[in-house]
Each structure stands twice: as C-alpha cells, then as structure tokens.
Design a protein around this ligand. Structure first.
Ligand code: NAG
Ligand code: NAG
Ligand code: NAG
Ligand code: NAG
Ligand code: NAG
Ligand code: CU
Length: 388
C-alpha cells in the first residue's frame, strides 16, 4: 500500500521531468523514449513486488541520473565545477609509469587507454563502462564534494544541430561547445571503414566551463584529419581539447529507428545482438549508436583509446548505460547475462567472457569486482541508481 502511494508520487515527478525534456526535439521521439523508460520502471517495480530481495537498494532510495536538459542551471554548474575540480587535482599515478597523467582526471583517461583492447567489442564492454562511469561519479562526489549524480546526454535531441543542444551550446551551463573552425578533411571511423565529413569545428573548444582546460594524454589512435599520434602510449602531450560536432553523424545514426531496434526490435532479442548492434557493423558502414556518439563530438572524442579526454565522454556513456538499463528492465529473464569474448572483436580469438571475470579500475578508487556485481543497477553493492 505504502509502496504504491510512493510510486504514484515518483511517477508524477517522472512525467514532469520528461515533459520538460520533450521541448527541443520531435515530440514523437521523446514520447517513444519516455514510454520505454516508463515501461522499464514499471518492470522494475513489478520485479520488486514479486521478489523479497535482501538488497538495501530499491526504486525509492536509488540515486537518480538525469538528462542534462532537465537539470537546473545550478545543478549543471555544480557538476561542471566538480569536473573542473578533478581536472585540477593531482594524479595518483607514479609519473615514471604514466608521465602524461598530470591531473586526477587524467587517471581515468589512463585507465581507459590501458585497457582499450580488452573492453571494446568484448563481453565486458557494457559492464566495464558502467563501472567506469560509476567510479568517476564516485570520485566527483568523494574527492570533489559533488552532491548530484552523473547526468546523461540524450542522443535523441538536436540531431540536426548538436551545437544548439544544452549539452553543447557553449554557454556557462553547458559541457562547452564546438571547436573553433579549422579546415580539415573529416574523420575516419568504424575501424577505418567509415568516412565522416568535417563539421564546423575541428579546433579548440572556445567557450563554456572548460574553455581553458588542458588535455594531457593521447592521441593514441587519432581519427580526425590533421591529428598526430603520441610517440608512446602514456606520453605527456599538453594541448587544448578539440571538437568537431557532427550533425551528419547524429542525423545518420542517433536515430529513433536504431534505438528501437536495440531496445524492442530484432536487435533486442539477446544481449549479444543488443551489444553488437549498439557497437556497430563497421563493414556494413553502420556506425552504431556507441561510436556515433563519440563521433558526434568528434575531434579528441573519436580516439578509441583516449576518448575520455573529452569531458562529455561521461554524459555519452551514461546515455549508453541508460539504454542498457532500459534493455535489461524490458528483458528481465536475460538481464544478467553476458556474451562475447575477452579480445576486441574476438581478435585474436579468445575464450568467452564469464560472469566471474574481474573488472579492474586501477587508480580510480573502485575495487576490482566480478562482472556479476555490475549487472544490476539496483544491486546495492556497489550500484544503486536508476535513470529518469
Ligand atoms: C594496466 O593494466 C594492467 C593490468 O591489466 C596493470 O597491471 C597495470 O598496472 C595497468 N597500467 C596502468 C598504467 O594503469
Ligand atoms: C578525405 O578523406 C577521405 C577518406 O580518407 C578520402 O576519400 C578523400 O579523398 C579525402 N579528400 C580530400 C580532399 O583529401
Ligand atoms: C583562460 O586563459 C586565459 C589566458 O590564459 C585567461 O585570460 C582567462 O581568464 C582564462 N579563462 C578562464 C575561464 O579560466
Ligand atoms: C536491426 O538490427 C539487426 C541486427 O541485429 C540488423 O540486421 C537490422 O538491419 C537492424 N534494423 C534496422 C532497421 O536497422
Ligand atoms: C562461447 O559463446 C558462443 C556464443 O554464445 C557459444 O556458441 C560457444 O559455445 C561458447 N564457447 C564456449 C567454449 O563455451
Ligand atoms: Cu570505451
């Protein structure tokens, strides 16, 4: 009884938030995604009423990760302030091991660079990045006094002009805007298979809360024309953050059709089809929503290894995690399964990933945990969050 009354209140709040988010993109798209999200919450509620779980985490005390577009100016500034705090705290790495890690923020970048070949196109892709985002959110809270939660960038908005999105409009309540215009010949993506024309940027970001930030690591695998690879993986290479926001990429792949395919369509049938379609079919020249998000940012974010140097990486990966969370809630019998192997696109051929495989976060203050502990966002230890 009590439970149901509280849920009614929670869903009213949810509707109010979704209505605000609907403002800036085709209404039918928002309705569909809102509908999927409501189905996900309903499925989780149903599961909670039929299971007598021992977890201390539930739908009412779970932390709520929100769409950047519905956060208040104060909430957004609290977030960007905490990110700037991590950018200005010292690294915990031994400089002899990772010379390019100058800031605490860089520790996360180094973590991703170090493990790139065993966390993409693998069975741990989703769980590794879920834990990575969680450990970053935890660092913002514990090391930089951030009191909110990790926001997400809603892919299904402003596809025709990402630079007008509240995430990228360059205002002081954004994640900074496009790079300055630098003539160049686009980017090569999809493991060399997909050419993306240049946008209106290509140079350094010029506005917003991160306009003066320094990027220290990478590029390790530059995708944009004109960028050069660092001589060694962890070398120090101080420079500005470059972006080239791409309406081309957003319009072509961040589509409702693709989202529906992986959440309720043919590609939603198993965890394998879900994660594969999400990560793209490069030889078919299909980028997939994961890589597409990286290339909508463009510039440094297109580097498979060093992409977290762009501070919007975390909003992109929170959206990806949200889509997995929706898929899980809509496919409860399969929610806690894994598929895939332990090497990128199974090259070289390797064994299948298992639920016991450890996820290692190195310097990020998150202990090693088996994949099995990272599949349920309401598992309580360590995860306890939902998306609205
Ligand atoms: C890279 O990962 C390995 C484990 O796979 C670890 O032993 C090593 O310390 C890591 N290096 C860095 C720089 O994080
Ligand atoms: C730009 O790069 C693409 C892909 O690498 C190539 O096909 C094209 O010829 C290039 N154009 C120019 C003007 O260099
Ligand atoms: C950015 O750097 C320039 C020159 O170093 C400085 O004048 C300016 O105040 C800085 N802006 C911010 C927002 O820190
Ligand atoms: C949906 O995903 C499947 C792969 O699982 C793919 O073959 C199919 O072309 C996709 N459908 C659309 C409309 O993109
Ligand atoms: C690995 O997974 C594939 C696809 O899910 C399956 O067909 C195969 O039997 C598995 N291999 C082993 C050794 O379990
Ligand atoms: Cu990654």
């Amino acid at each position: 009884m009590h439970f149901h009354v509280m849920f009614a209140l929670a869903s009213t709040a949810l509707l109010a938030i979704s209505a605000a988010a609907a403002a800036a993109s085709p209404a039918y798209q928002q309705d569909v995604v809102k509908g999927l999200q409501e189905q996900a919450i309903a499925a989780l509620r149903e599961k909670a009423t039929t299971e007598k779980g021992s977890s201390s985490c539930n739908l009412f005390n779970a932390h709520i990760r929100k769409d950047w577009a519905v956060m208040t100016a104060m909430e957004r500034k609290a977030y960007t302030k905490a990110v700037n705090c991590l950018l200005n705290k010292p690294s915990k790495y031994d400089p002899n091991v990772v010379p390019g890690a100058k800031s605490r923020y860089d520790d996360f970048v180094a973590q991703h660079i170090n493990q790139t070949m065993s966390i993409h196109g693998t069975g741990n892709f989703l769980s590794w990045h879920r834990y990575f985002v969680w450990s970053y959110e935890t660092a913002l809270k514990e090391e930089c006094h951030y009191e909110g939660y990790q926001p997400y960038w809603n892919w299904l908005s402003y596809q025709d002009n990402p630079s007008e999105s509240p995430v990228f409009d360059g205002s002081d309540t954004s994640m900074s805007g496009d790079g300055a215009f630098v003539a160049h010949n686009g980017s090569v993506s999809g493991a060399g298979n997909i050419f993306l024309p240049s946008g209106k940027g290509g140079g350094c970001i010029t506005s917003g809360p991160f306009k003066n930030m320094t990027v220290n690591l990478g590029p390790v695998s530059p995708a944009m024309d004109g960028e050069t690879k660092v001589p060694s993986t962890f070398a120090w290479n101080p420079r500005c953050l470059k972006r080239d926001l791409s309406a081309y990429t957003a319009g072509k792949w961040l589509t409702l059709t693709n989202l529906l395919n992986i959440t309720t369509g043919p590609a939603a049938s198993t965890i394998e089809t879900f994660q594969d379609e999400l990560q793209g079919r490069f030889t078919d020249k299909f980028l997939g929503m994961h890589a597409a998000g990286h290339f909508v940012l463009g510039g440094d974010a297109g580097d498979l290894y060093a992409s977290p140097v762009d501070i919007a990486f975390w909003l992109h990966h929170a959206m990806l995690d949200r889509i997995w969370w929706i898929w899980q809630a809509l496919h409860l019998p399969q929610a806690f399964t894994v598929a895939g192997t332990i090497t990128i696109l199974n090259r070289p051929p390797s064994r299948n990933t298992t639920l016991e495989d450890p996820i290692y976060m190195g310097q990020s203050n998150a202990p090693e945990r088996p994949i099995s502990q990272l599949l349920n966002t309401l598992g309580g230890e360590p995860l306890c969050y939902i998306y609205l």
